[in-house]
Design a protein around this ligand. Structure first.
Ligand SMILES: NC(=O)C1=CN([C@@H]2O[C@H](COP(=O)(O)OP(=O)(O)OC[C@H]3O[C@@H](n4cnc5c(N)ncnc54)[C@H](O)[C@@H]3O)[C@@H](O)[C@H]2O)C=CC1
Ligand SMILES: O=C(O)C1=N[C@H](C(=O)O)C[C@H](O)C1
Length: 247
């Protein structure tokens, strides 16, 4: 039996995660914590693994506290930078027995979309990412879109491709969106959306589109449970659920 604590348990994702853990025969929910709770309650409850779906400002602090407490971490919260990831990697050297999984998206379709986008990237002159989310989301672009764009940029660089062609010289309102490692990313916030992404590729005379849609937060739960079951077998820092899958 794996003892599980959930951080952000009252949130949109956290409340689904609580239900998913309670419904799994091999997992025991030992703590459901939110803003007013002390993270030390996870230790008192003898958690083996903690799942974090909180806010970008809090998640790194949670991960360091969990490492100090000897608890494996499965993190879905976005907002991670290369600096904050490096600090976690450094801290984990003190606890080589612990695993930390940070995954920008736990939906299987989104995980595959990120991998497929990186695989397609060397073969197209142009690439852009469009993400669409519910209007209550606090961060933009989405963690998934950032990860997707970084994967595309790395694959393009490895293939010796330069920037996508773009003659724009007048864009006073930022209509071309954000640039993540040189890949343009556009964020839509629309009532009715949950989590969606389109990756657009273009060559002369052709286009190739990868699309993934989470219509319901239940779509993230199999990936979260996979992370919880596998994290102890993957010591160190892992970024992306694909690293736990046979892809
Ligand atoms: N990796 C993935 O597959 C997914 C990631 N996310 C990410 O998960 C995060 C949470 O998303 P939602 O659940 O939609 O947000 P939400 O706002 O509904 O939930 C966040 C919860 O965290 C709590 N919280 C805030 N600060 C806290 C602290 N210091 N300690 C404990 N709890 C704290 C809030 O009170 C709230 O209950 C976001 O960063 C979002 O981008 C969301 C969906 C899927
Ligand atoms: O806030 C959300 O809802 C989501 N956040 C993650 C992200 O920023 O990529 C994952 C998914 O897109 C849902």
């Amino acid at each position: 039996m794996i003892n599980v604590a959930v951080l952000g348990a009252a949130g949109r994702m956290g409340s689904h995660v609580v239900q998913a853990v309670q419904g799994a025969e091999d997992l025991e929910l030992v703590a459901a914590l939110d803003t007013d709770d002390d993270i030390a309650a996870a230790t008192r409850a003898k958690a083996h693994v903690a799942i974090d779906f909180t806010v970008p400002d809090a998640t790194e602090g949670h991960v360091h506290a969990l490492i100090d407490a000897g608890i494996h971490a499965v993190v879905g919260t976005t907002g991670w930078t290369s600096d904050s990831l490096s600090r976690v990697e450094e801290h984990l050297k003190e606890r080589p027995d612990l695993g930390v999984l940070i995954a920008p998206n736990f939906a299987i379709g989104a995980v595959l979309a990120m991998r497929f986008a990186a695989a397609a990237a060397p073969y197209f002159e142009s690439a852009e990412v469009v993400e669409l989310h519910h209007p209550d989301k606090v961060d933009a672009p989405s963690g998934t879109a950032i990860h997707t764009a970084r994967g595309i940029a790395a694959a393009r660089a490895a293939a010796g491709l330069g920037a996508s062609p773009d003659a724009t010289s007048h864009d006073p309102d930022g209509a071309r969106g954000a640039s993540v490692d040189g890949v343009h990313v556009h964020a839509v916030r629309l009532r009715g959306m949950v989590a969606h992404e389109e990756v657009l590729f273009g060559n002369a005379g052709e286009a190739f589109t990868i699309r993934t849609d989470s219509f319901d937060r239940v779509s993230f739960m199999p990936g979260v449970l996979l992370g919880v079951r596998e994290v102890a077998a993957h010591p160190g820092l892992t970024v992306g659920l694909d690293r736990y899958m046979s892809l």
